[in-house]
Design a protein around this ligand. Structure first.
Ligand code: DGI
Ligand code: FE
Ligand code: FE
Length: 190
């Protein structure tokens, strides 16, 4: 799909600041995809649609999780975790995007997971480092993103886990799986 058409579709689903975030995630994803050898068009499409479901009513997302083939354990975790997996299914049904690589990158963009593809990592990292983000420690991750994709993703997941733990929030298992996997991509028991 042409990027202007895709952007027009998501613009209708999002509030203005979230749409502007989406454009920055798209630009950052394209740069990271070029640098690390992911499919640039897939990165662009996944980035454009990554927050598609962000403002859907919680009851609607809950119904999708209950009725569709989505992990039921999501209901035991914060609703912030729902928009990735639910959004991927929604864009498949509502927009007709079927590319499994794109849908997977959208599914895991909030938590990461073990065994992420380069495309998954590009979108996950772009969402974290896009120029509008001001998380504590984000500048260090931006610097590392210039030459080490795995390390930068690991730092992003480490920072998120630290933040969640400090706020006494639950951590979704895939968030830990991403952290563990990226800590030592070649195996090992550190
Ligand atoms: O949708 P965005 O705001 O662009 O970014 P996102 O999809 O990465 O969502 C970020 C939020 O998700 C942030 O507040 C941290 C939260 N988050 C990420 N992993 C977990 C989590 N929240 C909980 N409770 N558990 C997690 O494992
Ligand atoms: Fe998101
Ligand atoms: Fe986002």
């Amino acid at each position: 799909m042409q990027s202007d058409k895709a952007l027009a579709i998501v613009e209708k689903q999002l509030k203005k600041p979230r749409y502007e975030h989406t454009v920055r995630v798209m630009e950052t994803s394209i740069k990271l995809a070029e640098k690390y050898g992911a499919d640039v068009k897939k990165a662009e499409t996944a980035a454009i649609f990554h927050d598609y479901a962000k403002y859907r009513p919680l009851e609607e997302m809950q119904r999708w999780i209950e009725k569709e083939q989505l992990p039921k354990d999501l209901l035991q975790y914060h609703h912030e975790l729902w928009h990735g997996p639910v959004g991927a299914l929604m864009i498949e049904r509502e927009v007709g995007i079927r590319d499994p690589d794109v849908l997977h990158a959208i599914t895991v963009h909030t938590t990461g997971c073990a065994g992420m593809s380069v495309l998954d990592k590009v979108v996950f990292l772009a969402d974290y480092i896009e120029p509008g983000r001001a998380f504590p420690g984000v500048d260090e991750v931006r610097k590392v993103s210039e030459d080490d994709l795995d390390k930068a993703c690991w730092m992003a997941s480490r920072n998120t886990i630290n933040m969640l733990v400090s706020l006494h929030r639950k951590v979704y298992p895939d968030t830990f799986h991403a952290y563990n996997d990226l800590l030592n991509p070649n195996g090992g028991n550190a």
